[in-house]
Design a protein. Structure first.
Length: 404
């Protein structure tokens, strides 16, 4: 009996009176389906309209970029930029001469304002061309030493002597050694001249200026300002710190990377493969098994030792110091004049055409050329960390040398 009552109760709970008619359920289903279809249709239409608008905007941006690229890669525009670079280069030389002759106290600040944008521009330009390993060379090491002298160690006479020797020895004379040219319309050539000439000019202003505060000036007749054997030891230690840092970075840390990517250019590759230097060609004839890396290291060591031999004469005589700076500037000017009057027209025209072809090359080819380049921001951070570490080691070794 209990089972029959349960079955009856089940039927009572689901009696026909509780079930909606069949027609009403069909109407409700149709309404729901129409609502869903309407919602989906409106959503698709909105998305389609947004996609069409975004495509139109992208098309306009692409057309604008193509127009801008065509204007930038036109020969007249490139000539205009070269003319502007020529004028700016000439103005920089005039301003530098004025500051050196009459306002030496402003030269360090002008150097800072000039070098920071030039170094940032050079890093990204060199990174794009796979030349960024050049920025580990000695001349860039000296730019950081210049900043240390100006803003952190202006009263440290011992550090100034170290800076004076390295700036007027291996750095200054590399203008002649590496045949730097004073080409006013080429921002890259101008930057190379400035990074080799400005640190010696800073040492010139610090050494011979009479406009500084008496506590800052490095007087010629002061007994404390005469060079001794410890000064030369500090100069050699400063050079070896850079050389060790460079060798560890290029020959150990990045050896695999450089071996896999032959497009990356270092000083050794430039010396021996890209544009073989006459000196390396001669060494190769004398010693057929000579490698560019070891040749460069030994050559720089001998070259640094020779150029440091002239430092006592420059440090004790304003005339001798002026002569060495003038001789290097004269060499750069002479080579620049040879470039303008002997090979400028032909090279300039061919360079413009090559640049136009490169800029108008399909994007896929440009990406294939630069696919091995790492992220520029990351590389800049890594470069800054390594260089800062090298400067800390250099200064610690410098302090240790004085303490011993």
């Amino acid at each position: 009996m209990k089972e029959e009552d349960a079955v009856k109760n089940r039927f009572v709970q689901t009696s026909p009176a509780d079930v909606p008619p069949e027609g009403e359920s069909v109407v409700e289903e149709n309404r729901a389906s129409r609502g869903i279809k309407k919602f989906l249709t409106e959503k698709v239409i909105r998305r389609s309209s947004m996609m069409i608008k975004s495509l139109r905007v992208s098309d306009k941006i692409a057309k604008g970029q193509d127009k801008l690229k065509d204007r930038i890669t036109n020969v007249p525009f490139m000539r205009f930029m070269d003319k502007l670079s020529f004028i700016l280069g000439l103005l920089l030389i005039v301003i530098t001469e004025y500051l050196v002759l009459d306002h030496q106290e402003l030269l360090p600040h002008f150097y800072t304002l000039l070098m920071l944008p030039l170094m940032i521009y050079r890093f990204f330009a060199y990174h794009k061309a796979n030349y960024h390993y050049f920025m580990l060379d000695f001349c860039y090491y000296m730019q950081i030493m210049s900043i240390l002298l100006i803003y952190f160690l202006p009263h440290d006479v011992r550090y100034f002597k170290l800076f004076f020797g390295l700036a007027n020895g291996p750095l200054l004379n590399s203008v002649i050694m590496w045949a730097n040219k004073l080409i006013l319309h080429d921002i890259d050539k101008l930057t190379s001249i400035f990074i080799h000439i400005y640190p010696p000019l800073l040492s010139y202003a610090f050494r011979w200026s009479s406009h500084y505060d008496p506590e800052w000036i490095f007087a010629v007749d002061s007994p404390d300002n005469q060079l001794d054997r410890w000064d030369f030891i500090c100069m050699l230690v400063g050079y070896f710190v850079w050389q060790i840092f460079y060798w560890v970075k290029v020959e150990l840390m990045d050896k695999k990377k450089l071996r896999e990517n032959k497009d990356l250019v270092t000083s050794a590759r430039w010396l021996g493969e890209v544009r073989p230097h006459a000196y390396y060609v001669w060494v190769k004839k004398m010693v057929p098994r000579a490698q560019p890396e070891m040749t460069l290291i030994l050559t720089q060591l001998v070259y640094t030792a020779i150029t440091l031999c002239f430092i006592p004469y420059m440090y004790s005589s304003k005339v001798v110091h002026t002569f060495f700076i003038g001789a290097n500037m004269l060499s750069a000017s002479w080579l620049g004049a040879n470039f303008y009057f002997e090979s400028f027209a032909q090279r300039y025209t061919s360079r413009l055409q090559a640049e136009v072809e490169r800029q108008r090359r399909p994007a896929e080819e440009n990406q294939a050329i630069t696919k091995y380049c790492p992220n520029s921001r990351r590389s800049f951070i890594v470069f800054f960390i390594y260089f800062s570490s090298g400067m800390v080691l250099m200064y610690l070794s410098f302090v240790l040398t004085i303490w011993l």
